[in-house]
Design a protein. Structure first.
Ligand code: SAM
Length: 354
């Protein structure tokens, strides 16, 4: 387990206030030292993917976990059940690409019987159309579909595999199955797709889908991220606002990472996920279960709280609960990306689960 001292930075942008408990609670919700309650669990079901998006993986040569290292569905369900007992009420399935893991519908069914208020999935939608009805019937509530360009050739150059028409078709099917509100994740990269900001705004207006512009984060497996490739959320907001006036949406969704904005004429909504330029760590409520069974308290942490060995050596629910509590308690106030001594985590997005 490696911990980077600079992550402790009390001055980290977006840091939480110091209103939390002074000792780790052994009952009640999953709360950290800064008073942040963790009720949202992201579950990566695989590190594998059928695409090779430029901001995530190299075209060739990505190595993946051996099958035996992945948690089984029964193991995932067990962790989710314990988390539910600790107040977690939202689950998101992610990866890698969750739909490349066989039998995902059964996992959704099992999770939905545990009583979560929300079960969602983030997907590249290459295999979504065929399975959307079964996923909805099994209890999946909604999907976020990644789509970084509305131009077929551009789409192909960013994602390297698959076709835009497959993704757009899958969005229609998902909506017809009630997997709504459908959100569209767009990772913006300077000089690559930032000339499509207004096209995506128009798309949001035409379709009613919530387009979320995500800042490129230093989590690509190739290590090619640089701040010059970042398109700050503020710039996106200004460019859209000039053409289609926007206003803030205030609502109960306070802890969502996206800054929600709607078009003033009432025709649709966008979101800005400005992880790098405007960190929202102060309201972070997320925990992550990696495909190989570790708990991560932050995308940018290098600290693994291993659960798999405990699960496989007969550990009890109490032991699992304590690992979840310790992982939350160890969370730093902020991700510190913008501090001079920031070190990238060794794990990339597809390994942690985005
Ligand atoms: N395969 C699924 C998909 O494409 O949606 C789920 C996993 S993917 C890692 C989850 C989200 O992370 C996607 O919206 C993807 O665009 C985003 N993502 C991946 N690498 C990123 C990076 N370096 N910076 C910002 N977002 C990234």
């Amino acid at each position: 387990m490696s911990v980077r001292a600079h992550h402790h930075g009390e001055t980290a942008a977006g840091a939480a206030g110091h209103s939390g408990p002074t000792t780790m609670p052994t009952s009640g919700p999953l709360v950290d030292r800064y008073g942040r309650v963790h009720d949202d669990l992201r579950i990566s079901v695989t590190d594998r993917c059928n695409l090779r998006c430029v901001y995530c993986m190299p075209d060739e040569g990505m190595s993946f976990l051996p099958r035996r290292d992945l948690l089984s569905f029964a193991e995932i369900e067990r962790v989710a059940r314990v988390a539910r007992g600790l107040g977690v009420d939202a689950i998101r399935l992610t990866g890698g690409e969750p739909l490349v893991r066989r039998g995902l519908v059964e996992l959704v069914s099992a999770l939905s019987s545990l009583g979560f208020a929300d079960i969602a999935m983030t997907t590249n939608a290459m295999q979504l159309a065929g399975v959307a009805p079964q996923l909805a019937a099994a209890g999946l509530k909604r999907v976020n579909v990644s789509c970084d360009s509305l131009r077929p050739d551009r789409f192909a150059s960013i994602r390297r595999r698959g076709e835009l028409s497959t993704v757009l078709g899958a969005m229609d099917v998902a909506e017809a199955c009630g997997l709504t509100p459908l959100k569209v994740n767009v990772v913006l990269m300077r000089g690559r797709n930032d000339d499509e900001i207004l096209d995506f705004a128009a798309f949001a207006r035409q379709t009613g889908r919530v387009v979320r512009f995500i800042e490129f984060m230093p989590l690509d497996a190739q290590g090619e991220w640089g701040p010059e490739q970042l398109v700050p959320g503020r710039e996106v907001r200004d460019r859209i606002h000039e053409v289609y006036p926007l206003e803030a949406v205030s609502g109960p969704d306070r802890v969502a990472p996206a800054e929600r904005l709607r078009f003033r004429d009432g025709r649709g909504e966008i979101g800005l996920i400005s992880t790098v330029s405007e960190p929202f760590c102060g309201t972070c409520n997320r925990l992550r279960l990696t495909a190989d069974g570790s708990i991560r308290n932050c995308l940018f942490s290098d600290e693994d709280h291993q659960l798999r060995d405990v699960l496989r050596s007969g550990g009890g629910d109490e032991e699992i609960a304590m690992i979840l509590r310790r992982a939350v308690w160890a969370k730093f106030p902020g991700h510190a990306i913008n501090e001079p001594d920031f070190l990238r985590p060794h794990h990339s997005m597809s390994m942690i689960g985005g």
